[in-house]
Every structure is written in structure tokens, then in C-alpha cells.
Design a protein around this ligand. Sequence first.
Ligand code: BGC
Length: 720
Amino acid sequence: MKNPEIEKRIKDLLEKMTLEEKVGQLHQAGGSIVGAFELSFEEVLTMVQDGRMTEEEAHKMISAAELDWHEDDLRAGRIGSYLGLVGSEKMNRLQRIAVEESRLGIPLINGFDVIHGFRTIAPIPLAESCAWEPELWQRTARMSAEEATAAGVHMTFSPMVDVSKDPRWGRIAESAGEDALLNGLFGEAKVKGYQTDDLTRHDALAACVKHFAAYGAAEGGRDYNRVDMSPQRFEEEYLPSYERAVKAGARAVMPAFNDISGMPCSVNKKLLTDILRKRWGFDGMTISDANAIAECINHGIAADRRDAARQALNAGMDMDMTSGCFLDHVKELVEAGKVSMDKLDEAVSNILRLKFELGLFDDPYRSSAEQEKAAMLTPAHRALAREAAQKSMVLLKNDGLLPLKQGIRIGLAGTLASNGDEMCGTWAGAVQPGDCKSLRDGLDAEQIRYSMVTEELLPECDVFLCAVGERKAESGEASSRASLELTEADKTLLNRLKESGRPVVAIVFAGRPLCLGPAVECADAILMAWHPGAEAGPAILDLLFGRVNPSAKLTASFPEATGQCPTMYYDHIRTGRPAGKFKYTSKYLDAPVEPLFPFGFGLSYTSYQYSDIFAVQTEKGIHAEITVQNTGDVDGDEIVQCYFRDPVAQRVRPIRKLAAFEKVTLQPGESKRIAFDIPKEALGYYDQDMNFVIDDGLIEIHIGGSVRDTLQANVEYHNS
Ligand code: BGC
């Protein structure tokens, strides 16, 4: 619901604005690097891409450089927003130019990628999703917002709710995995956590839902690649997560880099206007992905920058992230009648609306250097990062080795065990060296004795802790992989430790599912630690020593072989020849069809028993219940998962689909009855003619502790 007072202020302001000033509001600028010559961020990227500069050199240069924030343009009303400006004093200085020295005094909005923490880094989103705990997701978003806003940030380019079924895609790290419901709930919790219900609070951070839409379905898992799928699949599996995050109140949306069926999202009117604004009623701001409007020329959909600007604005794009196409061409497009003044006013209004909602007009200076300092890495934030990491790490194998006993002699192996800075994972732009604690830092802090494994030496010890996996730069944007195998060095190390005959715990750091077959062979226990953030080491030790019982469950399937991607995800649709012993069935000659570790899987130091499943149709859908008991001897949190299956439908349906879940705490011997209410819309799908239908007839309900381990109840469902 629009606020009439704000709408009036927008209208009054629009009347005073010149055409140039309107265009200026649409432009988001990045800082240029100041030096002997002027180099834009994009030029640096190109130099890295073509090998003229290494990534490390570029990073050093960018972080050390004094940036030019184009103050003359700001004063002249040619900039509406900045990308990537960090620091309250710098922000206040530039905001003062906008507010006090530009003709109309329109404040800036400053956007930054706060993806999983600002200074206090929480686990990467894929890891955090394995906690299956919306309340936790919301709290870590709140923490991020408190720190980022104190450093002068007004808007984060998060949450990313791209359903990611292909772990070759590096950006799976930024998602909540392969399921639509989980991504939607994750996004909703993040939006609430960032924004609160009062955007004018100094610590409220506007959320920007991205990448709209279906970026996670990039063909072959290759970043920036095409997306092509049926409209049914798009509606059923890919759109719902964006819809949920938008309807949770997110005030901005970022269209994706990719095309969908040949139409790049940046110029896709069906997406940006018909679905987003007309169908979902979104009245916030859209902002392109970095340089994405100009890239419509590379897509071969725009003749030049002017043509790209015309198409994007007319499709429903409001702000141009750094390409400059809007700034350079919208004025002439309006004058030539290629873009209407109404269309331009609409885009400007959407941007001004967010600035008014955030209270930037009335209260533009929102933090100080002292506040900024006090907000970062507080004990409460560190404690939350540790809790989030404990709840995100998935125990994949345990042959009785864990939990470790106090006083056990440890041999520590693998370079990732000693590198705190690698623990933050992808997208941690404000992190400083030393912010994140490695496994070794954790051992040192607790004064636990250990000896290092070196090239020559296997030390005397009772157990090896062996770190393997990926460095932070190996997942995230532009980090797709054609092979998900462990490196040769990791495999050799694991083998060497196994040959010693002493027990091995493999601790896997990664931004994506990897092929962990060799670890399963060599290690007695495997902890999937992901990139766990600021409190990596302490949280790993909490779990290894049993001070905390592991509870996380996978939100993305782990392949046996890379060639299983992208078809091994849990909600694959049924085929006419399901994999079986017979040759002519849907399978591979050289790899199984099933993943090595399935969706929903994760071990604990206790055991659970499920019984007495029951399901019945209600007015609103289906009600289901089950009893779960802790049959072991330690407390535990169990993630109870409720799936359904429609065995005969008008279109081929998934093998199973997640409908609901609940995390429940149980003491030894305790049992609880868990109830789920599945709304009937969740059972529906689109028929061949794109009508939304819910079938009459049998619906199977499957409830349990992982997709492979469930009890079944049947419901005869009737629509009337
Ligand atoms: C990414 C976005 C990000 C933007 C701004 C792009 O390359 O795709 O996710 O928000 O950069 O940093």
C-alpha cells in the first residue's frame, strides 16, 4: 500500500525536476580508481579477465586506491545512487554534497553486497540454509543490517533466491539450494531481518531480491549463460521464491543477467512489468545487475547503448547499475519520443519512493565513525556467527569416531585448516584480514595440543583432522566448475593419512556440493563445514567434541560424479523408464543415478525414530501428523521433513516435493507429535494450457528425516 503523504511529496518533487535531474536519479555510479590515469572498476575487471593483471593485484589495487566518486556529477544531480561505498564518514561527506550542494537536495541511496554478514561473516547462504531455521536466517540478516548501516550502507543486494539445482554453478553458494520452498522462506526471513517493519530506523537496510529470474538455471551450470524452460516449470519451480521474497516486503528487485527463452531479463517486460508489478503488486524499485543493460548489445538484442537503454526503461527497469546507458541516452530518448515522459516519471518515482521510505530526505546522515566502530564484530555478533556455523555444518559420515574425547592427540592436515581468511567464502567485501578464525585458531584459543602434518612428516597422534575442499575464490560469481572432484592434492593427502592406519576426520570447506567419494573411502568421519564464516574454528570444535550435537541437513544433493549434474536433484520429474537393473532405463553406464548424499540428509550424535504417520484432507488442504522420538542418549535437534507426491496427474509431476518442515528439539527418550498443514495451493500445478489445477485423487504424504528415509500416508483428495 502506497503512503499518500509520500506519493504527494514525490509528485511535488517531480514537478520541480528538470529532464536531466530525472535522468540523474536513474544512474547508479561506482567509484573510479584514482591514479596516474583514471581506471574504472569495469576496466580493472577486463584487465583481470585478459590476464594483464592477476586477481590478487586487482584486489590490492582496488582496496588501497583512493576512489573518485565523481563529486561534480553528484553536485550537478547526475547521480542517484552509489555502488560499493563503505564508511560512514565518506558516506556523510558525499551525502552532504547531494543534500546541500545539488539544486534539489535529493539524497543518495548507497547499495552494497551484504550477502552473509558485513564484518561479522555468517556462513555462506547455502550453508546457512542447511539449518532449516527461518528465525536464525532472520537474526543473521539483522546482524548484517546493524553493521552495514553503521558503515553508511542503505540497501543490500540480497537476498538471492535463485533455485540452484546444478552445483557446477558457482553461485549456488549464495542460494538456499535446490528447493523452491526453502529459497522462498530463506528470502522472506532475510527481507524481514534486513528491513524490520520500520524502514526509517537507522539500522534498517533495504533488501533487493535477486536475480529475477531463474538465474540458477543457467545451462550447464555456466555463469551468465542462457535459461530456457517450459512456462510451467518456470511458474512452478522458479518464480515462487522471488514472489515470496517480494511479498515479504522487499523494496527492490534486481533482474538477472541471463535471458529467458531468448529475452534478457534486463529488457524483459513480461518479467519486470507484467509479473512483478501487475501480478504481484510490487511498487518498489528495480535495479539492473552490474553493467547488464549495456550487455544487451552482447546478447545481440540491442543495436547500441541507446537502444539498450530504451528497451530496458520501457520494459520496467528503474535504475541502471553502473553501465551509464541511462545517463548517456535517456534524455535524447525522451526528446525523440522513444521513451515517454510518463515512463521516465514512473522510474524516477520508484526510486524516490524508496528514498522517502528510508527517511533519507528528512534524516540523511545516519551514522558516525564512533557508531560504526562500535557496531562491528561485537561479542553478540560473534556469538551469533558461531551459533549459525554450528547449525549449518552437516555431518555426512561418522563411523563412531565422533564426538572426539577431551585430551585426544590431534594431527592437523590441509592448508585450509590454518587459513582464517579463506573461511569467509564468497562475497565478503567488507571483511578484514584476521576477522575469521580458522580451525587452527580455534585449537590455539582452547589450548588444545596438536601437531601439524607436513609434506615429510606424519606426527604422532590419535586422530587426524584433515581439511580439504575449495578456497573462497573457487565458488561464487564467475566460478563455475566443469569438475566437482576433490583436487589431486586433497585425494593424495587423504590416502596418505588413511594408510597410516589412524582415524581420520575429513573437514570439507566449500561453496558447493563436491564429489566426496574419496573422502568417504579414506575418512572415518566427514563434516561438511562449507565456508562457515567468522567463527569457523570454534564452531567446528564445538561439533567435533560434542559440545553441540550436529543437526544440519543438506539443501542440495551431493553428486557421486560430476556427470550426474544437473539431473540428480531430489524433485526431478518422473520418467517413463525409471532407473532399474534393466539396461534400457534412465541412467548412466558409469555412474549411479542417485546422489552420494541426498537432499535433506545429515547425521547427528543421537538417533530418531518416526512412527504413527497420519494424514487427512481439511478445508484448506492436507493436515498431516507424525511422532518422532529421540532414541539415543544426547539432546538433539531433528529437522522433520514433509513431502508429497501426486501419483497420477495431468502433467508429469516430481518424484517428491517438499511441502513443509519443522525443527524440533528432543531430549533422550523424549517424543513429540509434529503436525503440518499443507495449503492446497501447494498441491497444485499448471496444466498444458497454463491453467492452475489441483487434482482429485490419491496424494501421498511422506514424512521423515531425509528424502530417502520417510514413512507414508495416503489421502484421497477431493476439490469440492
Ligand atoms: C552480481 C550481483 C551483484 C552486483 C553488484 C554483479 O556482478 O551479479 O549479484 O549484486 O554485481 O556488486
